[in-house]
Design a protein around this ligand. Structure first.
Ligand SMILES: [Zn+2]
Length: 341
């Protein structure tokens, strides 16, 4: 009788089970060490040996029934739970997708791409380096030792005594020179640089692209030819360039390079401040100190380097009057830049 009651009890409890956790509780309740079925076994000792055999048989039967039934129940419930989860996580393929518009390139990237293409065409390799840079590469290896007064022109943001946000892309040149172990180099280095500046023509963050060539028999004439080619590719075949002498600690001699005004064809306008010329970049022959520090034999090798502000070139090319437009992420501004030129 008791065994029949257990079965009824089990079937009744089973009805209210709704998830796998409850199936486990049901299993422990009936089949666990201290469960209802095991409790029956304690009765054995009160029975005669014949009754014992019969009783044990029945206990085994009910045990088997419950354990098989629970297994089935568990499998059914797990299947149902999985289906429910899949239904909940299903992707509605009929939902319209989000509209990601592929827009124009940023004007700074347009300029970098264009200059890179021109230089790659002349055999230059593109190199990049870290924006958080060591004083050693940003200044010292470029002939700007500690306390050099020319460091004032490039005040920057310091992370600690020896780490700073790079003030130009020249540290990439220093790194490549060291890596090249005294062998020829022909690279351009585009990238973001930082200075303590903030006005309509200067931003605390801006972009440069620099070029460096080191080889035997490299002269100022090579530099002039290279720059004339780059400038004419950027601003038109009719452009003339002009060198004015200048000073940079890492080049000797150093020059500022002007381009004949493309706005007025050198007649004089507000863009060229009535001079007919526009300053576009700085350049020079690599200072022997820089070559020596990077392990080059200055009796054998010479080099030239040039660097231009990508922002300035973009402002000139596209007639942008405030450098801050380039960094304000205003789509009304950015959407004006269409194709590649
Ligand atoms: Zn002009």
């Amino acid at each position: 009788m008791e065994i029949k009651a257990i079965k009824e009890n089990y079937l009744k409890q089973k009805e209210s089970v709704i998830n796998s956790k409850e199936v486990n509780e049901l299993r422990i309740n009936f089949l666990g060490k201290k469960g209802i079925v095991n409790e029956l076994m304690s009765k054995l000792k009160t029975l005669s040996s014949e009754e014992k055999i019969e009783f044990a048989k029945e206990v085994n039967l009910i045990k088997q029934f419950i354990s098989e039934d629970i297994e089935q129940l568990m499998s059914d419930i797990k299947k149902r739970e999985l289906n429910e989860r899949l239904a909940k996580e299903a992707i509605d393929l009929t939902l319209p997708g989000r509209d990601y518009k592929s827009k124009n390139k940023h004007p700074l990237n347009l300029v970098i791409d264009e200059i890179s293409e021109i230089c790659i065409g002349m055999g230059y390799k593109v190199e990049e380096g870290p924006e958080v840079e060591l004083d050693q590469f940003n200044f010292e290896m470029l002939n700007l030792p500690k306390d050099h007064p020319a460091r004032d022109m490039q005040d920057t943001f310091y992370i600690d005594g020896r780490t700073l946000l790079r003030t130009h892309t020249s540290p990439v040149q220093a790194r490549v020179m060291l890596k090249s172990e005294g062998k020829p180099i022909k690279i351009i280095c585009p990238g973001k640089v930082y200075r303590r500046d903030d006005d309509p023509t200067h931003s605390h963050q801006f972009m440069q692209i620099e070029g460096l060539v080191i080889d035997e028999n490299v002269t100022l004439a090579d530099l002039k030819g290279t720059l004339a080619y780059i400038i004419r590719s950027l601003f038109g075949e009719k452009r003339e360039i002009r060198f004015r002498n200048s000073y940079f600690p890492f080049t000797e001699p150093s020059v500022e390079v002007d381009v004949s005004c493309f706005n007025c064809d050198s007649k004089g306008c507000s863009l060229c401040k009535q001079t007919g010329w526009i300053e576009v970049l700085g350049a020079g022959m690599v200072h022997p100190n820089v070559l020596t520090m990077a392990g080059y034999d200055t009796n054998k090798y010479q080099g030239f380097a040039f660097g231009m502000g990508v922002d300035r070139i973009a402002m000139l090319k596209y007639g942008i009057d405030d450098i801050r437009h380039l960094y304000s992420n205003d789509l009304r501004f950015l959407n004006q830049f269409g194709g590649n030129k």
